[in-house]
Write a protein that binds this ligand. Structure first.
Ligand SMILES: [Fe+2]
Length: 395
């Protein structure tokens, strides 16, 4: 095991009908709140009304900022930051999926610390600017996927350069996450599938990343994967099942909470490989991850075969005892599972041609240079050629 630090300071306010408590909760953090959300005109409109009414009833003034995109643009976030500061808001209420919550984190921390949102993302060899603090954030996830509602991460996109990148900061951990399955039940079928498979991608990021042994982390991760597989099947039978929605919400929150990294540091670069797909083709993140995963698992199955084999045996019913063979069965089983849920599997399925593989691979190695040991590089260091080969497997 590697030494580690872990904390989970976000308070979860969890259960049907809890949305109405937002006013009372927000009043603890200030008198004027910016609600950051998607463009109006979606099924979320009544939810925005409920949140506004609750805030006003609690004496909290509301500044509504709509228009955060599914891949949030740094330029849009910067507009929100300007309004936040001009209006002298005290806190941000992030009402939306991972994109809105990520964007809201950049609003809260950049408005506090100064500069532009893009100054703070990881970008090649440059040293990103560091936050000096952040205004409080209350997150209200409208989909179970990113786990952003209770973690420190955040991804945004630069519309001028077609780059998408991330950063992490403990300042941006939401104070409270209000998780109300009444909101989650309206997530349509395809988006529910994509987001559940995105949760799976988070769960395996650490599991497949290093030689570190951490049986506790392994067992926690395996339990969450099995819970996810069971509940994805159930929710596809009845999209309005609140009990199942609540289980999936827990998978989302704890799937990207760091719990699965206790004693097992490092992560694999699947998200870095997906980012150019979103940046160049505006592909929603979950959709991109569904396509990236089988290719990554296949291409890298010989990197840490005993880790691949362990996951195949414990979560996907593989009985083969030879690690090298069992490792190769993992992508096969994962693909079978994806197919069973009705997912598309290739770039062609989502209308992405093969003419930018070289450029996208260049983006990956330029923006996320792999340095250091195997642990920091993931299962095995990869180069531009490897990334191109993986994109070819997705075609
Ligand atoms: Fe993700």
């Amino acid at each position: 095991m590697s030494p580690f630090e872990w904390s989970f300071p976000t308070k979860l306010t969890y259960g049907p009908g809890r949305l109405k408590e937002v006013g009372k909760i927000a009043a603890e953090y200030g008198k004027k709140a910016m609600i950051a959300t998607y463009e109006k005109g979606s099924p979320l409109d009544p939810v925005i009304e409920t949140v506004s009414a609750s805030l006003k009833a609690a004496g909290v003034e509301v500044v509504l900022f709509t228009g955060i995109e599914p891949n949030p643009r740094a330029q849009t976030i910067d507009k929100a930051i300007e309004i936040f500061n001009t209006e002298k808001c005290d806190l941000v209420i992030a009402l939306g999926g991972g994109s809105v919550i990520d964007g809201s984190k950049y609003i809260a921390a950049t408005a506090f610390s100064g500069g532009k949102s893009w100054d703070y993302v990881v970008l090649g060899e440059r040293t990103p600017r560091e936050y000096t603090g952040a205004f409080p954030i209350i997150s209200i996830p409208t989909i179970s996927a990113a786990g952003s509602e209770s973690n420190a991460g955040g991804v945004i996109q630069n519309a001028e350069t077609n780059e998408k990148s991330f950063s992490r900061s403990p300042y941006r951990l939401p104070k409270v996450a209000i998780v109300d399955p009444e909101i989650l039940k309206s997530v349509p079928r395809r988006l529910t599938q994509d987001s559940c498979l995105d949760i799976f991608s988070h769960l395996i990021e650490h599991y497949l990343s290093s030689q570190d042994e951490s049986d506790f982390a392994d067992r926690m991760t395996e339990a969450m994967i099995l819970c996810l597989i069971d509940n994805l099947d159930k929710i596809l039978e009845d999209l309005s099942d609140l009990e199942v929605r609540m289980q999936l919400a827990l998978c989302s929150q704890f799937g990207w909470s760091g719990l699965q990294a206790l004693g097992r540091l490092g992560s694999i670069p699947m998200h870095s490989i997906e980012m150019p797909l979103s940046a160049h083709y505006d592909l929603p993140h979950g959709k991109g991850m569904v396509i990236v995963m089988p290719a990554y698992l296949e291409y890298m199955s010989d990197a840490l075969p005993h880790r691949w084999a362990k996951l195949a045996r414990r979560c996907f019913g593989v009985t083969e005892q030879d690690d090298a063979i069992a490792a190769k069965l993992l992508p096969v089983k994962v693909k079978e599972w994806f197919k069973r849920t009705g997912s598309y599997l290739t770039l062609t399925d989502v209308g992405i041609p093969n003419d930018k593989f070289e450029q996208m691979a260049e983006d990956v190695v330029r923006m996320f240079p792999i340095k250091g040991t195997e642990t920091t590089a993931g299962a095995r260091p990869i180069n531009k050629e490897d990334v191109i080969n993986m994109y070819k497997l997705m075609a």
